[in-house]
Design a binder for this molecule. Structure first.
Ligand code: FA5
Length: 336
């Protein structure tokens, strides 16, 4: 059998060297490498070889096959090049060109740009801050001292005792207020992180923080700004409700829901049968935060809000599972 294999290899290599065209290549492939070709026939005959010899001869048969496959591919490439050079195969210049696919902005980025555009139109400046944040800015300066129960709600990824991945964009309130005196009107878009995952939560998501500080700012101003925003982002008829809530850095605080645009308020999996979906937290900035940054709480008031971008994108595009945004499935992403 060993001699048979060597003979097969020598003969096949000689045949290959003599080939000059595509039909010849195909005939070679069928004769030696096809399903009923000579290589397969030799492999099948291994069953009749004594057990002790089978591993060695099996390996040899495999090596011969691989050698012929490689030689075939090389000869195929060689012939294609020489035919193109000699002009035997002419390119068809009338064929339309193939366009490279264009990349697109991720749907969450598109929504974030739209949100920032709306607030920029209302006179808010844009600021950005670090994803890796100090505990001081993420919690302490926002009136959440160590051991405060509100820390539990944040499911924080800690890097060390004093460094963490920011759990919200609210630290940007403190950073901005430390840098500038009032009046202040800013938004801060960015990534935030929480150890949380289900159809409406992902471990990394995006928020846009907004805050305005001036004399005599009221809860009515907050409602006005958010109502204008929601009317522009969705449509003027979108139902909105302010629900009393609690955040240590705002007083009073509210969570804002809009009518579920997926089920039109009837109740579905995404809105957990309530007909409403929470899109943001908000409130009047707590005087304790003003004291932390050196603002006079008797002279100034302000409001702040934090919007979840993925929630807004889900509502805008009727997406029922937030995790779809981060699976990198081009069939999904190409639709936006
Ligand atoms: C906050 O993060 C507060 N910093 C918001 C705030 C800012 C309140 C300023 C007052 C003043 P909350 O944890 O509720 O609040 O999150 C805000 C929004 O982020 C939610 O309404 C929701 O839309 C979105 N969100 C929260 N967790 C997730 C998550 N794991 N995945 C996706 N979106 C989330």
């Amino acid at each position: 059998m060993e001699a048979e294999l060597q003979h097969l290899q020598t003969e096949a290599r000689a045949d290959l060297a003599a080939l000059t065209d595509a039909p010849g290549l195909e005939a070679f492939r069928v004769k030696y490498l096809g399903r009923k070709g000579l290589c397969t026939t030799v492999m099948r005959s291994l069953g009749a070889v004594p057990d002790a010899e089978r591993p060695r001869l099996g390996k040899l048969a495999n090596d011969v096959r691989q050698d012929l496959e490689a030689a075939f591919a090389a000869r195929e490439a060689e012939l294609a090049t020489s035919q193109a050079v000699s002009g035997a195969v002419r390119p068809d210049l009338t064929l339309p060109g193939r366009l490279s696919p264009f990349g697109k902005l991720h749907p969450v980025t598109q929504v974030m740009d739209e949100v920032c555009g709306i607030f920029a139109g209302l006179g808010f400046a844009v600021a950005e801050g670090p994803d890796v944040e100090l505990d001081y800015y993420n919690f302490e300066a926002l009136n959440i001292p160590p051991h405060h129960p509100a820390r539990d709600m944040h499911d924080t990824f800690y890097i060390s005792d004093s460094v963490l991945l920011r759990t919200h964009t609210s630290p940007m309130q403190v950073r901005a207020m430390q840098k500038a005196a009032p009046p202040l009107r800013m938004i801060a878009p960015g990534k935030v992180y929480r150890c949380d995952s289900d159809i409406t939560h992902t471990p990394m998501f995006h928020q846009v923080e907004g805050f305005l500080v001036d004399r005599k700012v009221s809860f009515g101003d907050l409602k006005g700004v958010l109502s204008v925003f929601i009317a522009k982002m969705f449509d003027a008829k979108t139902p909105i409700r302010f629900r009393p809530s609690f955040f240590p850095f705002t007083e009073p605080s509210a969570e804002v829901d809009i009518g579920c645009v997926i089920c039109k308020g009837v109740g579905c999996r995404v809105c957990k049968k309530t007909g409403w979906l929470e899109i943001l937290g908000a409130g009047l900035i707590d005087p304790a935060v003003f004291k932390m940054v050196g603002y006079d709480p008797d002279a100034y008031t302000g409001f702040a809000f934090g919007l979840g971008m993925e929630r807004i994108a889900m509502l805008k595009y009727g997406i029922t599972d937030i995790r779809l945004f981060y699976e990198n499935d081009l069939r999904f992403l190409a639709q936006f």
